[in-house]
Design a binder for this molecule. Structure first.
Ligand code: PFF
Length: 450
């Protein structure tokens, strides 16, 4: 299975491909609303600290595991130690749960793109537009079906190569546009208040849930703890510098998230006031049309271009999520590609519908107090991913031994952050994850309040 593996041509190819999977709705949609909800500056600070410590450690470990074994998650853990193949399985559950609700949000982006293309920007900028849209029982499901349908067609016909080419062109434009809209957002009246909220940490807003939310976001945004980076690592050539590739992917991913926050949070203060900070998943959709609308005529184009690029970033991510799910099922069950795509598509449609309806007619149906979409998000980001990350750390720290992966990293020269890597993976990361996970699950179940 491993002999005929293709590989990325060089470091740039690897970094861009991994960044393509990492950069998606997580950066542009999810990061700003979490930062707004969990205290602004304090969330940003916790996130940045986690990114350079935990994020760096886990991404290095996953890519090194992939490159060392030449296999994707399930096979990789099994090859390293027969008893631990289950960690790969656990991580594989994550994309299966994420893909349906990711596609519901992808559907929302598609709807906004069409709204802008039709010239309906002023309507999209009114209060209540978004709420009415997601509460509708039919429309959002139609857009969701379109989004997941396109994803499935690409995965079925394997036109990823074409998608990759286009996204290499679109991603840089997305970066430029995000920075430009962020700068524009800052010039709007009242934005400075929001800028302060976003950049200056206020320790009164700190709680254990801040760390859990930031940690879940880190995993989500960097595609960690779901086997993806192991697969990417398996395609990486031995002469590429692993540690510096990880730093570059992180910088790229965190940079886009940071600017997305800058684009959204100050604008929330200008257009809706701080009471809207806790809006949750709808924040970007309610705020950005107002920003574009305030640009006057040019807003039609800037907004249209923006939603087009976000749609592309979302599609590249959903394609890699579906591709992962399809290949896991095919490896295990030996189904044909076509049949597997069909089954995954049907599964996604079935699981996505309650995520969509939970914002409207099924809002009364909740699991531990959460609507279905929020629950899927919680169970993956705040439970399954931390558990997978914990098991990965313990496995590498005490079974495989960090030295095995350090040697893999050092193929191309000394590993500067070697000591940090070893201490993090053996001690700090596992202890922190257990504490944070314990507290937050107890809190979600209503046993304690922190
Ligand atoms: N990292 C992506 C994002 O931030 O949107 C989400 C994701 C995409 C996770 C693809 C995993 C994956 F395979």
């Amino acid at each position: 299975m491993s002999e005929k593996r293709g590989s990325f041509t060089g470091k740039l190819g690897f970094v861009l491909a991994a960044a393509g999977s990492a950069v998606g709705l997580g950066n542009i949609w999810r990061f700003p609303y979490l930062a707004a909800q969990y205290g602004g500056g304090i969330f940003l600070l916790v996130y940045l600290i986690l990114a350079v410590t935990l994020g760096f450690t886990l991404m290095t470990a996953e890519i090194a595991i992939g490159r060392k074994t030449g296999l994707s998650a399930i096979g990789a853990f099994k090859k390293l130690d027969k008893r631990f193949g289950f960690i790969g399985w656990l991580g594989s559950l994550v994309p299966m749960i994420i893909l349906p609700y990711y596609s519901v949000i992808g559907g929302w982006v598609t709807k906004y793109l069409f709204t802008f293309l039709k010239g309906d920007m002023p309507a999209a900028a009114t209060d209540g537009f978004f709420g009415a849209f997601i509460a509708d029982p039919v429309q959002p499901i139609g857009w969701f079906a379109l989004f997941i349908g396109v994803t499935a067609v690409v995965v079925l016909f394997g036109v990823e190569k074409g998608v990759e080419k286009v996204s290499k062109l679109m991603m840089p434009i997305l970066v430029v546009l995000t920075v430009a809209v962020a700068v524009y957002s800052l010039t709007v009246d009242g934005a400075m208040e929001g800028l302060k909220y976003y950049l200056i940490p206020n320790f009164d807003n700190f709680s254990v849930t801040t760390i859990l939310a930031a940690m879940g976001q880190l995993f989500y945004s960097m595609s960690l703890s779901m086997g993806i980076m192991i697969t990417y690592g398996s395609y990486m050539k031995k002469d590429v510098n692993l540690a510096s590739s990880v730093s570059q992917i992180e910088l790229f991913d965190t940079g886009i998230a940071f600017f997305a926050g800058l684009m959204v949070i100050p604008a929330v203060f200008s257009f809706s006031g701080p009471e809207s900070l806790g809006k949750g998943p709808g924040l970007m959709f309610e705020t950005l049309p107002k920003v574009f609308n305030s640009m006057g005529f040019a807003g039609h184009f800037v907004g249209g271009a923006f939603f087009l690029l976000v749609l592309f970033a979302a599609l590249t991510s959903s394609i890699s999520l579906m591709e992962t799910v399809v290949s896991i099922l095919r490896d295990k069950l030996g189904w044909s590609r076509r049949f597997t795509c069909l089954i995954v598509l049907i599964g996604c449609l079935v699981l996505g519908v309650p995520s969509s309806l939970g914002n409207g007619i099924w809002s009364g149906f909740t699991i531990i107090g959460m609507d279905f979409l929020t629950f899927c998000d919680f169970i993956t980001n705040s439970v399954l991913m931390p558990i997978t990350a914990l098991l990965t750390c313990l496995f590498v720290g005490f079974v495989l031994k960090p030295k095995t992966l350090v040697d893999e990293v050092e193929i191309t020269g000394p590993f500067k952050r070697r000591q940090m890597f070893i201490t993090m993976i053996k001690w700090i990361a596992p202890i922190c994850i257990v504490l944070i996970l314990g507290f937050s699950v107890l809190e979600a179940l209503g046993v304690i309040t922190v």
